[in-house]
Design a protein. Structure first.
Length: 263
């Protein structure tokens, strides 16, 4: 079984050349530590360096910024990436940010082992217990199921990809969406939002996934002496660079592995 990686969620404005260097380093890290996986990148704006493109198996890059994609989950570009992977025979996909790394050898196998052991449909992170908010930046699962979760025709209208992804997930497992959010509502038979998450998904904290956030910490990371070799060889203390941006709502809490499996 050949596994795939989709790297996306990046746009590069005319005055943001530094993002091209970040992307090049992150893609090289993914390639180095996932040598057998089919890697696709999608994005928009300034085109990636030729060295970045050469490290990928496929690429889709819009030359103009697609403004409606930003901050709502990049559904168009994610779907294009899923289609490229599916058309190339990839049955399971790890979707991550193109400006991040995960210092875990063979991240796809790492994720696949988790959902196989727990008998779930996909791995998620940075999700909370409010308003269908499901983290849309990192996930792993069956290609067809992920495609259902990113259904474009039910994505809009929205002001966040988190809510659209969560609602699509409920629909993908056969549930229905009440007119008004209620975390105790029965979405499928007698199952609530939390019940459906625990039944169909596996949850891991960003720390467990070693999710290194270049978006926020690129200056610190790339300011290290010999930073490129150190990043590529996981030879740096990345504990201060872990992604921490959980979705926040009043009276809501972000899931952790403890609350996800223990509540």
């Amino acid at each position: 079984m050949k596994l795939g990686i989709l790297l996306t969620h990046l746009f590069v404005e005319q005055n943001e050349d530094y993002k091209l260097d970040i992307m090049d380093l992150c893609v090289e890290h993914f390639r180095k530590h996932n040598p057998d996986d089919y890697i696709v990148i999608t994005g928009h704006g300034l085109r990636p360096h030729s060295s970045t493109i050469d490290m990928c198996d496929n690429i889709y890059w819009e030359p103009d910024i697609i403004r409606e994609e930003i901050n709502v989950g990049h559904p168009k570009l994610v779907n294009i990436g899923f289609d490229i992977l599916h058309n190339n025979g990839i049955s399971k996909i790890c979707k991550a940010r193109i400006d991040a790394i995960h210092p875990i050898p063979n991240i796809t196998k790492f994720c696949d082992d988790i959902i196989t052991k727990e008998n779930t449909k996909k791995l998620i992170t940075t999700t909370n217990n409010c308003d269908y908010h499901m983290g849309d930046l990192f996930t792993y699962g069956d290609a067809n199921f992920l495609k259902d979760c990113w259904r474009y025709d039910t994505w809009y209208p929205t002001n966040t990809g988190l809510r659209s992804l969560g609602k699509n997930f409920v629909r993908a497992v056969g549930g229905t969406i009440p007119e008004q959010w209620d975390q105790n509502a029965k979405l499928l038979d007698d199952k609530t939002w939390h019940d459906l998450l625990v039944e169909h998904t596996s949850y891991r904290n960003p720390e467990t996934l070693k999710w290194i956030d270049f978006r926020r910490h690129w200056q610190s990371i790339m300011g290290m002496p010999d930073y490129r070799n150190r990043v590529l060889n996981n030879d740096f203390d990345y504990s201060n660079f872990i992604w921490i941006d959980w979705p926040q709502q009043p009276d809501a809490y972000p899931y952790t592995e403890e609350t996800f499996y223990g509540s």
